[in-house]
Design a protein around this ligand. Structure first.
Ligand SMILES: O=C(O)CCC(=O)C(=O)O
Length: 266
């Protein structure tokens, strides 16, 4: 594990990730925590999740708060926050669509690990490589509470690695073969709440279990370049939103700043 963390958006292309410190301020993060606490207080008993390569019903866990943005205007508004979009634009360009989001909360001493994986190979409705995930820290995050880890440069050439079962208790149930040499190059994306990282959809990443007495909450917002990436909206499981710039695709919902947000989908 190396200590170096890339904070230069210009190196995103070569390294496959980049860290942006203090994008949201304390007040914004306090509001996000209150919204999150509301969701955590109302977790259903069971959730349908994609695990071990299929959709299945499992006991609810706060790691599985998938796609809150079509359902709650707070999370959709956050996905078009100008400072968040400025960070995304610095790596993906000016035409941006929002394609997914996921609140991943690891309870103190209990959070599931996320085995090494590539995102893109899970998203068959998304065609193209200019796809990035914002990982926004809602809590301070470090190696003890299961921060994100990235293996830099592993997206190079956009390889599609085969998935294998983890056979263990982790978020996805699947992983890819990672050699000890690759693993030793991993970086821990430790950051204060309000900071965010961006990672390429092919770069290898994951996280350890939360073994600390502190919660680790993050909001992942996934974006694509509207001009170079096509999303098959008939196959995709949530609406696709245009958040900045232009698109020719009339299936995408226009929520560029100053547009009203659509009614939440319940
Ligand atoms: O939050 C984590 O620990 C993993 C996140 C992740 O795999 C992702 O954002 O694609």
């Amino acid at each position: 594990m190396t200590g170096h963390c890339n904070t230069n958006p210009k190196a995103y292309c070569s390294e496959g990730y980049c860290l942006f410190h203090k994008v949201l301020n304390t007040e914004e993060i306090t509001t996000a925590r209150a919204e999150l606490d509301g969701l955590l207080g109302n977790l259903p008993q069971k959730q349908i999740v994609y695990k071990d390569g299929e959709n299945k019903e499992v006991d609810a866990r706060p790691e599985y708060l998938t796609e809150p943005h079509p359902k709650y205007s707070f999370w959709l508004e956050l996905c078009r926050h100008p400072r968040v979009l400025n960070a995304v634009q610095s790596v993906l360009g000016p035409d941006l669509i929002l394609i997914m989001s996921h609140l991943i909360v690891k309870r103190p001493g209990d959070g599931l690990p996320v085995a090494w994986h590539q995102d893109n190979t899970y998203w068959h409705s998304v065609q193209g490589t200019d796809v990035a995930t914002v990982w926004l820290a809602i809590d301070d995050t470090d190696s003890a509470n299961g921060c994100m880890q990235v293996i830099p440069c592993t997206h190079e050439g956009y390889p599609e690695m085969d998935k294998v079962s983890t056979g263990g208790d982790d978020l996805l149930g699947l992983t890819v073969e990672v050699t000890p040499a690759m693993e030793s190059a991993a970086v821990c994306l430790e950051m204060a709440a309000g900071s965010l990282s961006l990672h390429d959809s092919f770069v290898l990443h994951g996280s350890n279990a939360n073994t600390s007495g502190r919660r680790r909450a993050a909001y992942t917002m996934r974006y694509a370049n509207a001009k170079t990436v096509a999303v098959d909206t008939a196959q995709h499981w949530v609406p696709v939103y245009l958040v900045r710039g232009e698109t020719n695709n009339t299936d995408y919902i226009d929520i560029r700043p100053s547009r009203n947000l659509p009614e939440p989908i319940v």
